[in-house]
Design a protein around this ligand. Structure first.
Ligand SMILES: CC(C)(COP(=O)(O)OP(=O)(O)OC[C@H]1O[C@@H](n2cnc3c(N)ncnc32)[C@H](O)[C@@H]1OP(=O)(O)O)[C@@H](O)C(=O)NCCC(=O)NCCS
Length: 197
């Protein structure tokens, strides 16, 4: 028996962090996204290869269409620097399958701005929103085992390593493995109580 609800809580967007704003995409955003996803460094540890302009345009159009879908299960969002309003990355929060308390996050930052703590800031906001607003029970994230930066972000969130999916995905002419990290709601509550975050 499925528990699929017809109404799910909705994220109150934009989300604000100390330096960043996480907001809905608009159709006009695709050139700013293409500007950083077209470069090799962004794909070094990700399954796939730099997309074409057309693919990025289609992705942003899809993200905009998802904004109207109810119940909303896909949040594919723009990350901007609050001061400049420039797009500096992307934030993903999926609640799939809906009604089962499961969420997945993803994040990417413009390579010229790596190691400033932006991904940590974004992912903390997604985790807070996922547990507090969407009332999820488990939030996971996955990346290639070689993606040290992404793994470090997951560890900083307090996520535990759950396993390794070996060569489960084929992209760019080769097989990719993924490590899976996750945090449960009760663990999140403990972290919140024990630290000021
Ligand atoms: C993964 C990614 C989002 C990290 O972004 P970021 O803004 O540089 O991350 P942060 O600055 O918040 O750093 C988080 C931690 O990772 C560490 N780190 C960053 N880059 C690292 C690297 N190349 N190797 C090892 N550790 C690294 C930082 O030092 C920091 O840890 P610390 O606080 O203990 O020092 C960024 O590298 C990226 O966009 N990569 C391409 C897309 C991608 O791989 N997304 C994740 C897959 S879902």
């Amino acid at each position: 028996m499925s528990d699929t609800p017809t109404d799910l809580p909705i994220l109150p967007l934009p989300l604000k962090t100390r330096r960043l704003t996480i907001r809905e995409y608009t159709d006009d955003d695709w050139p700013a996204v293409y500007a950083y996803v077209k470069d090799e460094p962004f794909w070094k540890h990700q399954a796939g290869e730099p997309p074409t302009e057309e693919r990025v345009k289609a992705l942003i159009q899809w993200a905009v269409r998802e904004q109207k879908i109810s119940p909303r299960i896909n949040y594919y969002l723009a990350v901007t620097e609050t001061k400049s309003e420039d797009i500096v990355g992307e934030a993903v929060l999926k609640s799939i399958p809906p009604g089962h308390g499961q969420g997945e996050i993803g994040f990417g930052i413009v390579p010229s701005l790596w190691r400033k703590g932006y991904a940590t800031e974004v992912s903390r906001a997604l985790i807070d929103a996922g547990f507090v607003t969407l009332k999820l029970n488990r939030i996971s994230a996955q990346c290639a085992p070689e993606n040290k930066a992404s793994i470090r972000v997951m560890q900083k969130l307090g996520m535990a390593r759950e396993g390794l999916l070996r060569e489960h995905y084929r992209a760019g002419g080769k097989y990719w493995s993924s490590v899976i990290y996750a945090l449960l709601a009760r663990e999140y509550e403990k972290i919140k109580t024990n630290t000021s975050r």
